[in-house]
Design a protein around this ligand. Sequence first.
Ligand code: MN
Length: 494
Amino acid sequence: MTNELDLDNLIKQMSIYYPQADFDLIGKAYYFAKEAHQGQKRRDGEPYFVHPLAVANTLARLQLDDKSIMAALLHDVVEDTRYSLRRVEKEFGREVAFLVEGVTKLKKLKYRLGRQKYFSENLKKMFVAMAKDVRVILIKLADRLHNMETIGYLTNEERTKKAKEAMEVYAPLAQRLGIGEIRDRLEDIAFSYLYPKEYTWVEEISKGHFEKADKYLQKVKEILRQYLKEQGIEAEIHSRAKHLYSLYKKLLLKDKDITKIYDLVALRIIVNTVSECYETLGIIHKRWFPLLGMIKDYISLPKPNGYRSLHTTVFCLEGRITEFQIRTWQMHYEAEHGVAAHWYYADEKRREHQLDEERIRSGFKVPAHVLRWVEELPKWQKEVKKSRDLLHTLRIDALGDRIFVFTPRGDVIDLPQGATPIDFAYAIHSFLGDRCLGAKVNGKLEELSTKLKNGDIVEILRSKNERKPKKDWLNFVKTTHAKSAIKKSLQSKI
Ligand code: MN
């Protein structure tokens, strides 16, 4: 059951990292969502409101802003209750409504599992379409995480489907955004449903090892703390156990022999400055000999998702092979919160300017390291796609000029800025283009010359009979593809 204590806790948590939050409005969102879902139950019999509340709590753990928390509380209201998006906007403002709308749209995406190529293609496009406001993806991830945590009440078939989606879509997404905590949990839950035997096996063989390792690590920590103190370095040292799914993958590579896995448990050293990171690395190497090729400098060369730390694996006490990870507090925070951390920092700057409507509509600036990641898209796509439409693919380079719109089934179509429903129809099939009678954009009938926007859902109304395109379409279509298809149809005899 949920009660006012939950709201108190949420507010308490937020006031630590976001004291400037609009707590009155958060309270209002809490009661609004609770009332809206009144009487609805989850599959496990819990009141439905438990779910949006859990999503909001996850986002508070990631230290997101008040708008995200409100959108999390309200994320299922438009889809599942009598309240409209307009009402949400009226009560909570444009920005919150914009986030809720984004999450509602993402729900319409369907993943066709089993058709790997097609599916991963769609996934990546979805990223780009939505990356304009990363918060939408973060809400979606938290949403899926809670659904996975409460998956027990679904049928076997539904569970398998959800687990696959978590493994193939959401965990890689969390990984890409650098949110290790969510990725690990999604993977472990999905792993337990998809491969129950293997899961039990890994759980059992690792148990004893984790316990033994723990005693040993206490000893190492003690010694290391002393070394660092002598050098005047203030440090916090944690030990970290590998999560089960990544342990499983590693075991498969190492002949299923757990004694060959050196980072089963790693020591994490958190210091104050970057130069202390390198000093600490030197201190460790002076005492314990490093394994060749196992020193990784992710500070000079961060991972694509922005991860920074120094890693080294050494012959430690009693000759035992042990991994160390060294980082500053800021790196640590970023590693745990990923893109959320970057968003948070960017937000500080953002707050200095008054937001205007246009900026809200067009989304916020994407943090630099996400941009790096978006820039990699053409490369990934090249890996996946064959020459069939390579040219088409490469154009994603010019991300700023592209928009991504959805079919009613959730497929993503990418088009240049300024494209119209006619361009959309021809992008799907010239057959559909020729027969186009009208178009619904986000459920509303619109002119065929309407300029589409990122994230629009477009439905083409088509004639049952064969038809020729209208000549005046040529005056407003944007893509060369549509232009040449229209000309071709006009010239041909029926
Ligand atoms: Mn939900």
